[in-house]
Design a protein around this ligand. Structure first.
Ligand SMILES: Nc1ncnc2c1ncn2[C@@H]1O[C@H](COP(=O)(O)OP(=O)(O)O)[C@@H](O)[C@H]1O
Ligand SMILES: [Mg+2]
Length: 416
């Protein structure tokens, strides 16, 4: 067969069988649907808070919180999109800056993006925080505008960098004469309030709105709406739809998770040339997503956490399944010298172990030794094969996976 014929056949095959996705993009995380089932009252509340801006009054600050995947970002962006349209129609001087603080990462960069979004020129790095804030303040006052700043995932920023940014922003109106700034802060952490200075909190939460988790029936409606756009008619079986909703509801009512299950199930069905997405595809999708989640979690660990984790792996491989911190530390020091990095103190390593425990990569339990006190026994929280998979793809640490620690007298290579 000629090459062109081979490809023709392949494409024809693909086109004939791949009747699963009508539009894959509507399952992306950043897609904002034009209809958001079960969020009417939240939409109304956000709309009510912002509406005064259309009459050129400063709107109240709004603090929105709820677990991940409960529609906070989607609802806020949807309402603000409509506000922007309305403002244009009326010629109202409203500017909106949406910033995802977790992605942007630092307070400086938040101010940088804020300045950028309203056309104030500032350097990408180099100014002191106070200086860039002053330039923002002076610049915004010249614009004679009502600026609505959305700080999405603000909890992530405040937890790592403190609340200076919020402190300055919530007080900014005291120093503005021609412009006004309103803030919408969005948090995925329900207990975020505890992180804030009381003055900042009372200013930020002039209005408050909680997004509660979706239940299985609500998730089913959300998925059914999205499936109409994403898939060809009749492709999604009823059983698969209900299972996606049930699995996501069992976790914590996370619509993002439900949509991920649906997308991956669709991809699996497409790849095997199936005509319908059935429950089996959803079950496989769940496994695939969980696998990827763990894979990414390990891959993105900081260097020393990776080395500590690798030490526990090497111990497990040598049949030391309930290691104590001292064992782990000995192996850790060896592999540090193997890759040429200076080891941290045992105390630091002990903290890293607790962190790995908190994210489920390690399991530790405290065991009583009777009159000799207590000790902590640590083992892997996940299977070994996925750990090998991650490390094998790691340029710097890949070889460690086959390392036999000298400190283990009884170390025997069990093959994996
Ligand atoms: N009521 C809803 N109707 C339709 N899609 C929704 C609804 N709530 C959430 N989603 C979708 O679920 C995903 C997660 O929602 P998102 O607003 O990002 O959650 P949060 O910001 O609370 O973490 C997004 O893809 C969003 O479009
Ligand atoms: Mg969000």
């Amino acid at each position: 067969m000629k090459h062109s014929d081979i490809l023709d056949e392949l494409f024809d095959n693909f086109l004939n069988h791949a009747r699963i996705f009508r539009n894959r993009d509507v399952l992306r995380h950043d897609y904002i649907p034009s209809y958001l089932p079960h969020r009417e009252s939240e939409m109304r509340r956000v709309g009510e808070v912002i509406a005064p801006a259309l009459k050129e009054c400063r709107c109240s600050n709004l603090f929105i919180y709820g677990k991940p995947g409960t529609g906070k970002t989607a609802v806020t962006k949807y309402v603000l999109g409509r506000v922007q349209e309305k403002a244009k129609e009326l010629g109202a001087p409203i500017a909106i800056s949406y910033i995802n603080c977790r992605l942007v990462g630092t307070e400086y960069r938040v101010f940088f993006y804020l300045c950028n979004s309203v056309g104030i020129k500032v350097p990408f790095t180099g100014l002191a925080l106070g200086e860039i804030f002053d330039r923002f303040k002076d610049g915004i006052d010249l614009k004679k505008t009502l600026l609505i700043v959305v700080l999405d995932e603000i909890d992530a920023l405040v937890k790592s960098k403190g609340d200076t940014l919020l402190y300055e922003l919530t007080r900014i109106n005291e120093n503005l004469t021609r412009s006004k700034v309103s803030i919408i802060g969005i948090s995925n952490d329900l207990r975020f309030k505890e992180w804030l200075d009381p003055r900042v909190l009372s200013s930020l939460s002039e209005e408050e709105l909680v997004f509660r988790p979706y239940n299985a029936a609500e998730l089913r409606d959300i998925l059914a709406e999205r499936a109409k756009l994403a898939f060809y008619e009749g492709v999604l079986s009823d059983g698969a739809l209900s299972l996606c909703a049930a699995l996501a509801a069992a976790e914590h009512g996370d619509a993002r998770r439900a949509l991920d299950l649906l997308r991956v199930a669709g991809e699996l069905a497409e790849r095997e040339g199936a005509k319908q997405i059935v429950e089996e595809h959803v079950r496989l999708a769940e496994k695939r997503i969980e696998h990827n989640r763990i894979f990414e979690a390990i891959k993105n660990l900081p260097l020393h956490s990776k080395l500590v984790f690798c030490s526990v792996y090497l111990l497990a491989k040598a049949n030391v399944n309930d290691a104590i911190t001292g064992d782990i530390y000995a192996v850790y020091c060896e592999i540090c010298s193997e890759v040429g990095v200076a080891p941290l103190t045992q105390r630091r390593v002990s903290t890293l172990i607790s962190e790995l425990d908190a994210i489920g990569l390690l399991n530790s339990r405290v065991v009583s030794l009777g009159r000799y006190g207590r000790t902590k026994k640590i083992r892997l929280g996940i299977g070994r094969s996925i750990i090998r998979e991650v490390f094998q793809n790691d340029e710097r640490l890949g070889s460690l996976i086959n390392y036999a620690p000298k400190c283990l007298h009884k170390a025997k290579d069990s093959g994996n």
